[in-house]
Design a protein around this ligand. Sequence first.
Ligand SMILES: NC(=O)C1=CN([C@@H]2O[C@H](COP(=O)(O)OP(=O)(O)OC[C@H]3O[C@@H](n4cnc5c(N)ncnc54)[C@H](OP(=O)(O)O)[C@@H]3O)[C@@H](O)[C@H]2O)C=CC1
Ligand SMILES: O=C(CO)COP(=O)(O)O
Ligand SMILES: [Zn+2]
Length: 348
Amino acid sequence: MFDKRAWIRLPRNVVVGHGVLSETAAAVGELHLGGTPLVVTSPTPKELAAESVAEQFDGAPVVTVDEASFSEVERVMDEVEDSEASFLVGVGGGKVIDIAKMASDELDMGFVSVPTAASHDGIVSGRGSVPEGDTRHSVAAEPPLVVVADTGIIADAPWRLTTAGCADIISNYTAVKDWELAHRLKNVEYSEYAGALSRMTAEMLVDNADSIRPGLEESAWLVVKALVSSGVAMSIAGSSRPASGAEHLISHQLDRIAPGTALHGHQVGVASVVTEYLHSGDMGRWQNVHDALAAIGAPTNAEELGHSAEDFVEAMTTAHEIRDRYTILGNGVSEEAAIEAATVTGVI
Ligand SMILES: NC(=O)C1=CN([C@@H]2O[C@H](COP(=O)(O)OP(=O)(O)OC[C@H]3O[C@@H](n4cnc5c(N)ncnc54)[C@H](OP(=O)(O)O)[C@@H]3O)[C@@H](O)[C@H]2O)C=CC1
Ligand SMILES: O=C(CO)COP(=O)(O)O
Ligand SMILES: [Zn+2]
């Protein structure tokens, strides 16, 4: 009997362009989402965009969050109850969008994603990523019904946030390799469409690396489109597999070992240089990843991330423990092998 099933959830309205922040209420109104939202944000995006979004909804309440954690998700849920809000709008970076996405999923409410930086590919995805103790959860969540990405705001954001988004996309190469490996070795379900879309997104970004430059709104446009495409690949797969492999596990470990040291996208980019080496040992391949990162001005080694060599090696040797996700790290990389891989590639 044929027993495959797919339930692909995608956003309804994705609005990208200059000044589109002012069209948030209109994009939401089209979907007949009634009532007043709760606007979830963090300090910087609050000033830049969240207050103006709240005004569009007749002075909707605003809650400010500090970190990506389950306790912040619960705090937002309490605020929804107190304010009697009927849907959530997340205005900010990946942390804010994940918290608002997960709270709306728990409450079975609509969610609107308003990224203020092109720093991660969770803008559109149906996933939430939150640490808890020694583990890192990647949980299924309803994707946003509406995405509003104002390229004017995003182009004005610090350039390092945009290079982090580019590096998050470049890491798709190794993520897909890990997924294929897990399919071959562990019979993990693999989607050709999601794998191809994820790889093609990375390819297009690398091909356009020369035109991705600070302050250019065209660059913000290109990167946002790539982040949307990568998020769609995750939705098609029904998991973060197309965009998250061993390089993400290493980054999640770095967040645990030395929190707040570097941006998510920058960490996964550097880690993918090493995991590309682990996949084939072929210098041409890991050098390509290194050069793509260098071309857009993203960090290419632990020092540029602000991490010590010891912390990076520790993250490499323990990353396989944090999630049941088979990757090139297998059941663990020895310390000697980790040092060798990171040294050969110039990462430490
Ligand atoms: N669910 C998914 O599929 C995915 C989730 N993620 C998750 O996303 C998170 C990483 O996202 P990232 O955006 O890098 O991190 P943050 O959300 O922490 O944002 C990084 C910084 O950018 C600031 N910021 C945001 N917008 C602007 C702006 N326009 N101008 C100036 N500063 C701005 C934030 O300010 P402030 O300090 O005020 O917050 C913060 O200091 C991780 O937790 C990661 O796991 C990543 C990829 C996919
Ligand atoms: O960061 C992500 C994709 O870029 C999400 O990955 P995780 O599922 O590993 O948190
Ligand atoms: Zn990522």
